[in-house]
Design a protein around this ligand. Sequence first.
Ligand code: FEO
Length: 401
Amino acid sequence: MGVKMFEKLMKDVYWVGKIDWELRKFHGNEYSTHRGSTYNSYLIKDEKTVLIDTVWEPFGKEFVENLKKAVDLKKIDYLVANHAEIDHSGGLEELMKHLPDTIIYCTANGEKSLKGHFHKDWNFVPVKTGDKLNLGRRELIFIEAPMLHWPDSMFCYLTEDNILFSSDAFGEHYATGLFYNNLVDQAELFQECIKYYANILTPFSRLVEKKINEFVSLNLPVEMISPSHGVIWKDNPLQIVHKYLEWSKNYKENQITIVYDTMWNGTRKMAEAIVQGIRLVDEKVAIRVFNISHSDKNDVVTEVFKSKAILVGSPTINRGILSAVAGFLEQIRGLKFKEKKAVAFGTYGWSGESVKMINDGLKEAGFELLNEGIKSIWNPDEKSLDKCVEFGKEIASKTRF
Ligand code: FEO
């Protein structure tokens, strides 16, 4: 009989995806997935049968074999591709060998992306917001969601059962066999949710807010939110929508994050003296400190997302900065954080360009500089470290809630 892997979500609605327990890196090596992930595909049976999304390409064959246990493939009338990124469309190539003429509903941009990936002239039918697909007892309503997080992204909504299939939005990289939001460890779940938002959706926050308000204005009841990764929001499903609204509004907590790299520990000593100074002024502010060269960059970005201010440090090397700090600055440049403050620090021996270079990177990333930063020559002595303590006190005062 073999292993069956599908989950009944409601009468005639099934999860038929893949739990990827092993995944530790996603988007190449750009995103760490400490807790694995899932690729969620959904099957709806009605007078017409429809499959929403597939799985990542390495699992394509396994996906199709499993799907056969849930439905006779010939009975699948329609396919929906909410999103063309390969972690959801990768199984299409294998599936289309069995269903070569089946209509694939997607956005116009989805058709372009899918053709770009697969170079196949499948039977694409582009849809727009408000278009409906009659399944018999129920309808599927399409809702375009451009740049959440790709131009092609789309949600769809199943009437009667009131399920929103939200693609990447409201998802997280979290492998679980328990499927539903209320059954998993809540601290782990929300840590993965905020990490996902911070690292993937931050640049599109304005659109997140707009799309949520647009969806709310449609007055559609929501009993379940079924994203493309991680848990299905069944218990109080709108809680994640409220979190997204909170996170989309230039989110910050009472936190300061210090990110640095160091060669001979001088810049590390500066960081630690600055921490002392901050604490002398504000005992309640959360302080996170990372040597970026041996920290997980996505976890650091998550802490930056939660911060009201960041401090970035590097010694000067070859008239520049250490490569791990340069990589971090590039990463936050693309994320377009707003309403966050920042300062630079670092040691030097002769030319001393690092602080200016970090300032330039922070400005380009949209951070508001609190001052010109602080430099310390060679290995900082007591006097230099006292200056760092004073510097920390100044930062705490200027950023106090
Ligand atoms: Fe999960 Fe944008 O793909």
